[in-house]
Design a protein around this ligand. Structure first.
Ligand code: CO
Length: 501
């Protein structure tokens, strides 16, 4: 079926978001390769294959080079557009990187095979997205501007329209509504998509997670409002914390004016492959099914399970309800950021600290301090003035674009890792995840033993245990399996918790 006849496009997320949401980003390239040529025949609008947490997880847990993975995708997916998720100026990491690094990263991503870059910022701060949009266009790729969807006193229809118009002015080719927590109701989706189509005039793509159980209803109403593309995952890796099922949405629209034009029989074969793969993983109850806590607390599902595991580490499971109640309060104090990487980690960790210490903001993480300094950008609402004074004292927050304060880093980094470099891309891996990349390079050179990965698809063993780590630490990894993003920053060496005084 040709693109002209297709009313609604499908971006399938099986190779990125779906396994990040359900399998803690642990799916290996070897588990994907056998199905790629089949997927290439489907006629998806695009396949989301790279970015988000996959970059980190490749090196940290799977002993894989993320760049090699991308080149393999390109090799076997000749007819399908490849899409990635980029955290704006944070790239695929958790903090801002200087512009020279950003430009080089996007250049290499496109050169290695990416066609569409979905660019978002946790605060919807345009200054954190403008350079990425510019560089994407420069490289000749499709720049998708993103609004991180959330609900707060500061996020209404006008706000989202305003941000989308600004994204268009910056050169975005399309707009994505990124509903990472699965909050959007069907009727809100109808209204937002309709208004965006009418008032912004760019193609609109809707990205929902199934957490609250409303996502496929939201897609249906969005279709009625004129949505151009929806994000789905193959049936075996759909629903729960992931996306609605490709197969179901294709079936639902079949024969209507929204017909996707995709072949259900072929899709069944794709799902059968991933069904087999997913048998090798224990998908925990929390990331499957429906969790309406997300609506009361507005906390993404992955974050809830991570808060639970952080508390379990501290033997403080009995405080879980207090932490859930504290998260919205911290979020309000910080000016209502949407909860998505890295703001979800910043808010979540602080809420845990507030409850564990028994005194709010007795301890403040480096990230919260930097957030208050304006180093992540401008929050949607006002920051609590008392908190600001308590933490920053006389220090004035910055008001400019955060990345303007960063010095170029490429040249220096090249020298630092010269002995390990096998490709230019290695420098970027090193800049974004210094310690993880060095360990990976050493294993690649045979200077460290390889990670011991469980044999593929061995039932019930989703975690790839790291050889040489005491069991206790491996168990920590087991806890963190289903919340990889949050855990990485919480245990990241840069995240030092210190007294705010
Ligand atoms: Co997502």
């Amino acid at each position: 079926m040709t693109a002209e006849k297709r009313k609604i496009g499908i971006t399938d997320t099986s190779l990125r978001d779906a396994h990040q949401s359900l399998l803690a980003t642990r799916m290996r390239l070897s588990e994907m390769l056998p199905v790629l040529e089949l997927m290439d025949q489907i006629g998806y609008h695009s396949l989301e294959v790279w970015g988000g947490a996959t970059f980190d997880a490749c090196m940290r847990y799977l002993d894989e080079d993320p760049w090699h993975r991308l080149r393999q995708f390109r090799k076997y997916l000749k007819n399908t557009r490849l899409q990635m998720l980029l955290r704006g100026q944070n790239l695929v990491g958790y903090r801002h990187y200087p512009d020279d690094v950003l430009a080089e990263f996007i250049k290499k991503a496109v050169a290695n095979g990416i066609d569409i870059i979905r660019i978002f910022d946790a605060l919807n701060d345009l200054r954190n997205m403008e350079k990425a949009i510019y560089c994407t266009k420069e490289e000749g790729a499709h720049a998708q501007g993103t609004i991180s969807y959330t609900i707060s006193p500061f996020h209404d229809l006008d706000y989202f329209i305003r941000v989308s118009r600004d994204l268009k002015d910056l050169g975005a080719d399309s707009i994505c509504i990124k509903d990472m927590a699965g909050l959007i109701s069907p009727f809100d989706a109808f209204e937002l998509v309709g208004k965006l189509k009418e008032q912004v005039g760019l193609p609109v793509q809707l990205h929902c997670h199934y957490t609250s159980g409303m996502a496929s209803m939201a897609y249906l109403k969005a279709a009625e409002a004129g949505v151009d593309v929806i994000d789905t995952a193959n049936a075996a890796l759909a629903m729960g914390a992931s996306q609605p099922a490709t197969d179901s949405m294709v079936a639902a629209f079949k024969g209507t004016k929204y017909d996707t034009g995709l072949d259900l029989e072929l899709l069944t074969k794709v799902s059968a492959h991933f069904q087999e793969i997913s048998c090798g993983y224990d998908i925990p109850r929390e990331v499957m099914g429906v969790d309406t806590n997300v609506l009361s607390y507005q906390i993404p599902g992955g974050m809830i399970s991570n808060l639970a595991s952080q508390l379990a580490d501290q033997k403080a499971t009995h405080l879980f309800k207090d932490v859930l109640a504290e998260v919205p309060r911290v979020r309000a104090d910080l000016g209502y950021p949407p909860l998505v990487t890295p703001s979800s980690q910043i808010v979540g960790s602080q809420a845990v600290a507030n409850v564990l210490t028994g005194e709010r903001y007795k301890m403040v993480s480096t990230e919260v301090k930097n957030y208050l300094r304006g180093q992540y950008g401008k929050p949607p609402g006002e920051i609590n003035q008392d908190l600001l004074t308590r933490v920053l004292k006389d220090e004035k927050p910055i008001t400019g674009r955060p990345a303007d304060m960063l010095k170029p880093q490429l040249a220096e980094a090249r020298q630092e890792v010269e002995e390990y470099i096998e490709q230019d891309e290695d420098i970027l891996s090193y800049i974004i995840f210094p310690n993880v990349a060095i360990d990976f390079f050493k294993r690649r050179k045979g200077l460290l033993p390889p990670l011991q990965l469980n044999s593929s698809c061995s039932r019930g063993k989703a975690v790839n245990r790291v050889a040489g780590l005491p069991n206790e630490q491996n168990n920590l990894m087991l806890d963190s399996l289903f919340s990889v993003d949050e855990t990485l920053i919480w245990r990241d060496e840069i995240n030092i918790v210190y007294p705010a005084g």
